[in-house]
Structures are given as C-alpha cells and as structure tokens.
Design a protein around this ligand. Sequence first.
Ligand code: SAH
Length: 365
Amino acid sequence: MTLHLKDLDPAALREAFAERGLPAYRADQVAGWVYGRGVEDPAQMTDLPASLRDELGTDLVLRALEPEAFEHSVDGTVKGALRTADDRIVEAVVIPEEERTTLCVSTQVGCPLACSFCATGALGFGRNLHTREIIDQVCRMREGLPPGRTLTNVVFMGMGEPLLNLPEVIPAIRTLLHPRGFAMAPRRVTVSTAGVVPKIRELLEAVPVNLAVSLHAARDEVRDVLVPINKRYPLAELLDTLRSLPRLSRRHPVFFEYTLMEGVNDDPEDARRLVRLLRGIPSKLNLIPMNPHTDAPYRPPAPEVASRFMGELVRGGLTTTLRRSRGGDIDAACGQLAARGRAAGRFTGRAVASQGERGTAEAPS
Ligand code: SAH
C-alpha cells in the first residue's frame, strides 16, 4: 500500500511504521531526514539498512508538490507556484524581515467563501489541500531560502479557508510543532479565518496556535458584502465566541485583520465602532490597506485617511499596527494569490487568462 509520508505527523509516522513491524526509532530517523535535514530520497538516508531504504523507496511517497515557478519581489518576498500531482497550482509566499522569516501557506485550491475584495475568492473553489501538500509548501519554500535564513514563522493566510479544511490542517500544524517535525514554537504559527465560527474551538482545542480573524467591517451590513460568510455567522456571534475562548490574554491575544478600503470601511465612525465591539477581547489589530487587483472594485484609502483611522483605534485603547504591504509587484500580497502566473503563461490576453484560471479552479462536477 502506498503511504504518503507527509500526511502523517511524526507521532503518526511511528504508528504507521509499527504496523509494518518497524521500530519507532526508524520512523524517527526518517522524520529527521525529511523534516530536520530536508532529505527526501530514501537512498540518501545513510543510517537506514539498505532493505528499509529499498522498501521506503517503493512504498512511500515523499513529495507532494513540485516547483513550477518562483517569482522574486524587489522587497525580497518570494512567491512559489507549486504543482500538485493532479496538476493544480498552489501558491506560497516567503516574507523575509529583519528579525524573522515568515512563510504564508495555502490550505485550499481557490476558496469557497467568495469574499468580494479577495482575488482568491474570485477564483471559486477547487479542492481542499492534503496535509502533505500543506507540508510540502514548507519543504519547497525552505529550499529556496538564502544561506543563513531559516523559516521562523508560518501563517495560514494564503489561498483558502483553513477552518473549512481542519482534518488536513490540524495534522500539518502538528508536524510544524512536533520536535521531530519542524519543531516550531506554537506562538510562531498563526491560523487566519474569515469567521467559520463553529470551527474555531475545534482548532484551538487541537493545537495551541495563534488565531487571526479577518474582520474588515464593524457593521453587519458592510461585512455581509465583504465577507459573505458573515450572513451565516454575524459579528455578534463571532465576537461572542472569541470572548468565550479560554486562555486569551494580553500575551496571547486574538489577531484581527482589517483591510482598509476607500469609502467602504475607512470612516472614523467605523473605527470608533470597532473599539466598542472589541472591548473585552484581548486583541491586536492589523490594518492592511487594500491591495488592488483586477477582480475587485476596491481601492486603498489615502495614507492620511488610514492614519486617522488608526489614530481612532489607538485612542480607543486597541493595539494596532498598519501593515506594510509586501510583494505587491509579483501579486504576492494579501489577497492577491490567484495563480495568475500560470494562466498568463498559458493564455494570451488578460481576460482570457482570468477565465482560464477560473476554469481550472472549479470543483469537478
Ligand atoms: N480565509 C482566511 C485565510 C486567508 S488570509 C481568512 O480570510 O482569514 C488572507 C488575508 O488577506 C485575509 O485577512 C484577507 O481578508 C486579506 N485579504 C484578502 N484580499 C485582500 C486584498 N485585496 N488586500 C488586502 N488584504 C486582503
């Protein structure tokens, strides 16, 4: 039977080896090669007996994604287009900063939530990614890091809604955190949701990661348009759920994302309303000026408007940051992941390209 190694976290790998009559330390050695050293060819796992190397070589699938293209932004951001075995394109982004190097991973091909300002939302839904395809974004993007850089943070903020794919996302997080996996500290992993309320607890009970919530509006009428899942789980329900989470504190806040769009959600009154709404929830709010793209009519506000909005939040006592956008020149910024490079390479003309992307991202019917 074929086994996809990266679908299993290091603890589950031990169990899979045990079922084959192999001792736990053999599983640990393999995990050490794959996650610790980035070696994926069993033939190179020199501390394994030759018979086991052969067995692994035939029974075990170690790679789930192949690099298709890498694009480099002037600011150092790198976007990888990675190909799945069934020819889908998955995008992941490395964002180097002075103190850290963050990898932004995707959890679905396309996204079913259709947020009106997001390029991924405009693609429609393709399919859920497997655990191995989430983990391989880490493996493939890590290989391209400049010498001396290591990945310090992983954010689940790429294509897709992680909370609609928890059965695949949770094992991936376990591999990120496991000492025999990528050994990352839990607070260096952040999962972002558009607000799939009933799944929030399930995630946080399984893994102690940071939660980020894409808020974008302080009123249901506006949020219904920007983040349509708000019609199912309106603001009051979302915020009540967050208020009831155990273990939130100043040190372990909820991270809110608020994409500022000119004339839509950037009024100082919205800021004051936000302050009232978020009272009692230990939080940090991240303002992101809208990254414009061809699939949505929204624009970022003028810098003075953004500063004024931020000023209101700070005055109201909210810890707020204004995010510097990264990778915009290669369509790698927040909300711009739509596998365009691939479509552009395949078709001529932008209109055709965008039709093409939609076609390839649709669920098989
Ligand atoms: N589905 C999850 C994970 C995606 S995270 C979620 O919604 O949280 C991607 C982040 O980028 C979200 O906060 C999203 O709202 C934001 N985003 C989407 N489109 C954007 C755009 N055009 N400009 C700026 N931010 C955008």
